[in-house]
Design a protein around this ligand. Structure first.
Ligand code: BGC
Length: 831
């Protein structure tokens, strides 16, 4: 402890005035060198520690649908929750809180102090590559769910990091793209989505984005100051997106922490800039104060009581994952086939690549390594009574490229245990250390490779699951040798032609070799990777696996049709793959990959009881929508996905999710599509008309309607909305509470989400046709009734024009079940 400091007799609680004074004192006690050092990470995931003042490092980790921890190591597994589009489809803030709490728990278990999430950029275009990771196209739904998430994480004493601030709705040229957005949409849509997470849930961090906003890169942008730090009173740490600090000038903005480290644009360059008077010492002190405040909050600073000393009782993470997957699944069509009556079934044909190899999470930095995942096929097999015969046919290939070997198919011949042996060798080929790994997608990001290692040797015995030709391969960037049964089949350089950080990690260049094997035959696989001598960001990714190659797609469809014809009901799981939905790139179109549309059409023609489950993180086109019996949108449903799907199909659970984003019928119908910068700019020319607002405007002008409107979703019961009531006249600045009586008139339990939209006739300002102002859900037993209270914040009546403005007069309140419903209309006069 620095002897110059005043003695401390108590340990003030983070956030209290005493703590604030003491933190400032501590910040001032540091030398300028120490202060500057603290502003750039010590490594890929953590800040520097300053033992002199009792500060240990602050560890950050992705986020947002699980907490990976500091390594990408399957032995250190994580709970994998459904992706954000599934979470927001619950339209339940309470669920979002539990979701956040599980993340907070996971963080504590893994020694992580801040979770890099939630991702709350808007679903501006359905082509956006990180759509699955974002919440919704509507700022109100996003803001409320995000705030619940942040509250949940922080209730565990762990910081949440709303990201990416701001206008980061696309991935193409993501490091350089300039989002050109007018002030009004920026305020009413993109900033509004972040606002509650800061002003109500009081998040302890925010992540600035890679892109520029109106010509200035996010980490240097004045938007970090206003509204974030001024109007919204944010007192936490603005951390950069990884490598998002581009200059010393960013230190003059409200950018506090540069990640990753230890080398970046600050450090010695920043020290020089301060000494030259280009960056003020006050600005540095302010950043240091914020980082120390965060350290105090999360328990990384001695002498302070952390913000949370009594976290809520532990939740069962797997149970929450299952609950969110169930509550977020959206039933969009049902001609009565669902729920399936298992007592009347003799056979079920489960069809689809994703039925067996489901995508339970999206690709990129959000990836975590769960202990297990449950596919729909497994969920249905477990959920159906013993007497029901379940058949499986792939029908159409979905996964592209190499897929890691299933754990059950690999055996480590060195240690004689399941998995793969990984050995680190020095320049002379001598063994430094080795480890028994369980998975064949091996990623080291700044951690795990021992000092002095020059190469990595890998060895496993793979058992062929079926007879025939198998395509085995390896993907990485760099020099690699690859041998099958002792015969070297490749020894050369694999080059990355994309220049995208995530691509090299998750979709590396590969070499693939065909080998014929009988079912159960064992193939010895060996590979040796030469570690590059120098790396700016220390990451290495190696993927060993099999690629699905289909010679005759029609034969696959025919086999699935046979299976469907022979069964009482066909469940077809369709979906996307990692080459389509991931961080790092945008989608080119909204089509299901491969021959899946032909597959569904053929199955529907063969079996009148065809149920389709869609396994995607964002909208896909469903040309067969009206030709099948039922459609359930399951999103990327997390580790318990298959159980959730089975529970809903078999009627153990009620579907109650609602669309957080509009689903189009055709790509050319979509009113806002552009994600590709033109001359470096993505122009948000649609202004305030995004998502359903854009669709409604388009329809008012005679244009196309979507396939499925925002807010839509069915249940297994019927719920009636009674006559809504709200005050007719409300003083400006006051919230409005609407009461809506609801009754379950059906025979099953069910959930309704009452949605309230606002509209303004004859307005003197441009307005959306209508906009979501509030919502509330209720769960009702058969014949059950409730009076649902929907709170409409005063701000919902405002518009932004140089400041928040209110146009006095009469607004129309529209109460219904989705954005295109036949509404009850009430008038509210704001005075
Ligand atoms: C992503 C962030 C992520 C960070 C650290 C970036 O490329 O955009 O969302 O938190 O990497 O993995």
């Amino acid at each position: 402890m620095n002897p110059a400091l005043s003695p401390v007799v108590t340990t003030p609680t983070a956030g209290s005035p005493d703590a604030e004074a003491r933190i400032r004192e501590l910040a001032q006690s540091l030398s300028l060198e120490q202060q500057v050092q603290l502003l750039t990470g010590a490594d890929v995931w953590s800040t520097h520690a300053i033992p002199e003042i009792g500060m240990s490092r602050i560890v950050m980790s992705d986020g947002p649908a699980g907490v990976r921890g500091e390594d990408f190591d399957e032995r250190h597994d994580s709970i994998s929750l459904p992706s954000s589009s599934a979470l927001s489809a619950t339209w339940s803030v309470e669920t979002a809180r539990r979701y956040g709490q599980v993340l907070g728990q996971e963080a504590r278990r893994k020694g992580v102090h801040a979770v890099l999430g939630p991702t709350i950029n808007l679903h501006r275009s359905p082509l956006g590559g990180r759509h699955f990771e974002c919440m919704s196209e509507d700022p109100r739904l996003t803001a409320t769910i995000a705030a619940g998430y942040v509250e949940g994480v922080q209730s565990m004493g762990v910081g949440a990091t709303p990201k990416h601030y701001i206008a980061n709705e696309a991935e193409t040229d993501r490091f350089t793209a300039d989002s050109v957005v007018d002030e009004r949409p920026l305020r009413e849509l993109y900033l509004a989505a972040f606002e509650d997470a800061i002003t109500e849930a009081r998040s302890w961090l925010v992540m600035s984005s890679y892109n520029s906003i109106n010509g200035t890169t996010a980490s240097e942008n004045k938007l970090l100051e206003t509204p974030l730090s001024t109007e919204w009173g944010f007192d936490g740490v603005v951390v950069s997106d990884w490598t998002g600090v581009r200059s010393v000038e960013a230190a003059n903005a409200h950018q506090d922490l540069e990640m990753p480290g230890p080398v970046g644009h600050w450090g010695p360059k920043l020290l020089a800039a301060i000494n030259e008077g280009k960056v003020s010492r006050e600005a540095i002190l302010e950043k240091v104060t914020r980082i120390l405040r965060l350290a105090a909050r999360v328990g990384s600073l001695e002498g302070f009581t952390p913000a949370v000393t009594a976290p809520p009782a532990e939740l069962n993470g797997a149970a929450v994952a299952r609950e969110v997957a169930t509550r977020g699944a959206v039933l969009v069509r049902n001609n009565g086939v669902l729920p399936l009556d298992a007592t009347q079934l003799k056979s079920v044909a489960v069809i689809g690549h994703n039925a067996d190899e489901a995508r339970t999470q999206g690709g990129g930095s959000a990836t975590v390594m769960p202990k297990h995942t449950v596919s729909p096929l497994e969920g249905l097999r477990k959920g159906l009574p013993d007497g029901v015969q379940v058949t499986y046919a792939r029908g159409a290939k979905v996964a592209e490229g190499l897929q890691a070997f299933p754990r059950t198919a690999i055996h480590n011949p060195v240690s004689n245990v399941p998995g793969i042996r990984v050995t680190f060798l020095d320049t002379d080929g001598a063994v430094i250390s080795g480890e028994d790994r369980l998975a064949t997608h091996l990623i080291w990001f700044g951690i795990g490779i021992p000092e002095g290692a020059a190469s990595i040797h890998m060895e496993t015995d793979w058992t062929a699951p079926t007879a025939g030709i198998h395509h085995l391969g390896i993907g990485t960037v760099g020099q690699i040798s690859f041998a099958l049964n002792g015969e070297e089949v490749f020894n050369s350089e694999l080059e990355d032609d994309t220049d995208v950080l995530g691509a090299a990690l998750f979709d590396p260049p590969k070499t693939v070799h065909a080998i014929e094997a009988v079912a159960g035959e064992v193939v010895r696989i060996e590979a040796e990777y030469q570690l590059p001598k120098q790396q700016v960001i220390p990451f290495t990714a190696i993927l060993l696996g099999e690629e699905t190659v289909v010679e005759d797609p029609q034969a696959e469809i025919d086999a699935a049709v046979e299976a469907a014809r022979a069964a009482d009901v066909a469940v077809v799981v369709v979906g996307t793959n990692a080459a389509i939905e991931s961080e790092g790139f945008d989608r080119k179109n909204l089509d299901l990959p491969g021959h899946q549309n032909e597959l569904v059409a053929a199955i529907a023609a063969a079996n009148p009881r065809t149920v389709v489950v869609v396994n995607s993180g964002s909208p896909v086109l469903m040309p067969w929508l009206d030709d099948v019996s039922a459609v359930l949108l399951g999103w990327f449903g997390g580790q318990e996905f298959g159980h959730a799907i089975a529970d809903i199909l078999l009627g153990n659970e009620e579907p109650g999710g609602r669309l957080p984003t509009t689903w189009p019928a055709a790509l050319e119908d979509v009113p806002v599509l552009n994600t590709t910068p033109v001359d470096g700019k993505v122009v948000y020319s649609e202004g305030i008309h995004v998502g359903y607002r854009a669709w409604l405007k388009q329809q008012a002008e005679g244009g196309a309607a979507p396939a499925l409107p925002f807010g839509f979703g069915l249940g297994y019961t019927t719920i009636e909305l009674g006559k809504a009531s709200a005050p007719q006249c409300v003083p400006a600045g006051k919230d409005v509470v609407v009461h809506v009586p609801v009754k379950n008139t059906g025979t099953r339990t069910g959930r309704e989400v009452v949605q309230a939209y606002l509209a303004r006739k004859d307005s003197s300002v441009e307005r959306p046709v209508r906009w979501l102002a509030g919502y509330a859900g209720t769960h009702l037993a058969p014949s059950g009734t409730d009076s649902v209270e929907v709170r409409i914040p005063a701000k919902a009546f405002g518009h932004y024009d140089g400041g928040w403005q209110l146009e006095p007069g009469t607004f129309t309140l529209l109460v219904g079940r989705h954005s295109a419903d036949t509404f009850q209309e009430l008038e509210i006069e704001i005075r």
